[in-house]
Write a protein that binds this ligand. Structure first.
Ligand SMILES: O=C1O[C@H](COP(=O)(O)O)[C@@H](O)[C@H](O)[C@H]1O
Length: 239
């Protein structure tokens, strides 16, 4: 299935729109009597989204939502480099998430080597699909901790991989694979700013017409119902 594009005028309009879409989706899953399963991410625009959601929680019972992370930096649990620490502070605590439903990825204080930590991280994933996977994207086209040219990570059939030499610090990371991220009803990637425009073009309007997911990992995860790239005009400028 292809990637749908939703454009917003600027970063503020973008996060407001994604926040409204997410609260609507979660509320409708709850109206069906299910506990929604959401995968969170890190990165600048996603952190802005967290703060917007905390201020506009919508008609969602946030104590009845389950959370995972698409990737995590493998550092101490208290490190400010952790994606999950920012999300807990800015989103989950303000909205009253139930700690029992928050699946924090392992940290180095677990004492595990990073390869073992990746297996522990994956063991905590649900047997079924996610409802919404939220993704950010780096200017190089990486998403989660899936970096361009890392074929073993991008094409892995495992649910999660250990990244030992990330080109973006810190070097040790845990990441869901595209195979696992794609086990979701919806995959929503959010990108803002001119720094992401070239990566957006490479994924959505590539020279020659075909995208190599190994070179543009952000293009790899696909939702079972839909894959939507939510862009502001600066990020979409080269389409
Ligand atoms: O390292 C990471 O970066 C990406 C993108 O971050 P951004 O600040 O350039 O928007 C993010 O999606 C990922 O979760 C994070 O670990």
């Amino acid at each position: 299935m292809g990637i749908e594009v939703e454009r917003s005028a600027d970063a503020a309009a973008l996060v407001a729109r994604v926040a409204a879409a997410l609260t609507g989706r979660l509320a409708s899953v709850q109206a069906e009597g299910r506990v929604p399963r959401v995968v969170l991410a890190g990165g600048s625009i996603i952190e802005e989204l967290h703060r917007t959601l905390a201020a506009s929680p919508g008609a969602v019972d946030w104590s009845r939502v389950e959370f995972w992370w698409g990737d995590e930096r493998y550092v101490e649990s208290w490190s400010s480099e952790r994606n999950s620490l920012a999300a807990v502070r800015d989103l989950l605590k303000p909205l009253g998430a139930d700690e029992e439903l928050v699946h924090l990825p392992p940290a180095t204080d677990s004492g595990q080597p990073v390869q073992d930590a990746a297996a522990t991280y994956a063991q905590d994933f649900p047997a079924g699909d996610f409802d919404v996977v939220l993704l950010g994207m780096g200017p190089d086209g990486h998403t989660c901790s899936l970096f361009p040219g890392r074929e073993d990570d991008v094409l892995s059939t495992l649910d999660a991989v250990a990244v030992v030499d990330s080109p973006k610090p810190p070097p040790l990371r845990l990441s869901m694979t595209p195979a696992r991220l794609s086990r979701s009803a919806y995959v929503w990637l959010v990108a803002s700013g001119s720094g992401k425009a070239e990566a957006v073009r490479s994924a959505l309007a590539p020279a020659g017409g075909t995208v190599d997911p190994v070179e543009v990992p952000a293009a790899a995860p696909r939702g079972r119902e839909a894959t939507v790239w939510w862009l502001d005009e600066d990020a979409a400028a080269l389409l």
